[in-house]
Write a new protein. Structure first.
Length: 394
């Protein structure tokens, strides 16, 4: 979800430092790159090695550390950051940022930032409610800093009240809202199918196709990034499935994919059939390897998943994919009508850069209004957002 996003995490000296480890872990699971800068006081609570292990990157705490490639470290960190999070943020660092003090690696780096800065305060209740602290927070808010306000609870000192750092999950949610695209799928439940199925012939052989699952998984990722609640039904895929999807169901055969889709249908608003299930399966299956100079296979038809969804969908939206080698427009329109689909994403797999097992595709999109979009050769990750935007218009 955050692949290609660089997060700078500033950690200051408070007992809530241990929760910052979970922030790094959550961001990494979302595929973000994370650089951690610690103040000297923070290193008394959590060792830099902990953050290095979680982030797989050096943790910076010494302004004058020379044990690295030469560069102006605070400037290089500031330039590559897409968003900065300071959690926990003590009263001390909030005061420094409000007045422009830059006397350590963290405050120097923040002063050089041009990206959004998210601050999660953590301190004793009396310190948090102190008029000076509240004035400093108001000053930073006026300058555009984003605050994840402290919450009430029992503090490490034994007091109860406001001043406890917000939960890591809430802080990461603010990061997502800050850096991700418009959340136009928020609350929308979407089922995406991806990949090929395989139908066993005997103990070692099977029927399948060249689908990699890349297009379906890029669609699942794009819609999740835009706030969708995504269930992925995946057959055989050659790419990694992201951990942040709402639900993942793995299948092998077309019948298994049919059962999974029909089981989930009642729980979703949109179905996107990007998988390439086998149209046929062997009528007779053999447990052991078939021997002989020649083999005759009798095939039988598999269930048509898209057509079954089209009959049962009611007011749900159905998007299907259509891979052809000739008469693309004609066949796409025929399939849209036959399967009662709201949208058809069609491609001529004979074109260079289109079709199976490629990082790019060449597509046309059809609805009841006819052909509404036609692309050149474009990456599947970009096309996923194009398709997602057209689905929203339905």
């Amino acid at each position: 979800m955050l692949k290609g996003i660089n997060v700078l995490l500033g950690v200051t000296g408070g007992i809530a430092c241990y929760k910052s480890c979970e922030i790094v872990s959550r961001l990494k699971k979302l595929e973000a790159d994370v650089d951690v800068v610690m103040t000297a006081n923070a290193t008394q609570f959590v060792a830099p090695l902990t953050f290095e292990t979680l982030s797989n990157r050096p943790c910076v705490s010494d302004m004058f550390n020379r044990d690295r490639e030469w560069e102006v470290a605070h400037i290089s960190l500031a330039k590559k950051a897409d968003v900065c999070v300071i959690a926990p943020a003590t009263a001390n660092v909030i005061a420094k940022l409000a007045t422009g003090v830059a006397d350590d690696m963290l405050t120097t780096t923040v002063l050089a930032l041009k990206c959004p800065v998210i601050i999660a305060p953590a301190m004793n209740t009396a310190m948090y409610d102190n008029p000076t602290t509240q004035s400093n927070i108001a000053t930073l808010k006026d300058k555009g800093y984003i605050f994840v306000d402290a919450i009430e609870g029992r503090l490490a000192c034994g007091d109860s009240g406001r001043g406890k750092m917000a939960e890591p999950s809430d802080i990461v949610d603010v990061v997502l809202k800050t850096v991700l695209p418009q959340q136009d799928y928020e609350g929308t439940r979407v089922l995406v199918t991806a990949g090929a199925t395989q139908e066993n012939i005997d103990g070692v052989r099977f029927i399948t196709n060249r689908s990699s699952g890349k297009m379906g998984i890029e669609l699942a990722k794009a819609i999740a990034k835009r706030g969708g609640i995504v269930t992925l039904v995946a057959g055989i895929v050659s790419v990694e499935i992201p951990e942040y999807l709402h639900k993942v169901v793995r299948v092998k055969t077309t019948v298994e994919m049919y059962d999974a889709v029909m089981s989930e249908l009642g729980e979703v608003d949109v179905v996107i059939k990007a998988a390439a299930p086998s149209d046929y399966r062997p009528k007779n299956k053999y447990d052991n390897k078939i021997k002989g100079d020649s083999v005759t296979l009798e095939l039988e038809k598999n269930p048509d998943i898209a057509e079954a969804v089209g009959r049962a969908k009611g007011d749900k939206k159905l998007v299907i994919f259509c891979a052809e080698t000739t008469n693309l427009d004609e066949y796409a329109e025929q399939k849209r009508i036959k399967k009662n689909a709201d949208m058809v994403v069609a491609n001529d797999v004979t074109k260079e850069g289109a079709g199976f097992d490629s990082d790019t595709n060449v597509i046309s999109i059809f609805t009841a209004r006819g052909k509404i979009y036609e692309s050149g050769k474009v990456s599947k990750s970009i096309l996923a957002h194009v398709i997602a935007s057209e689905i929203i218009k339905l």
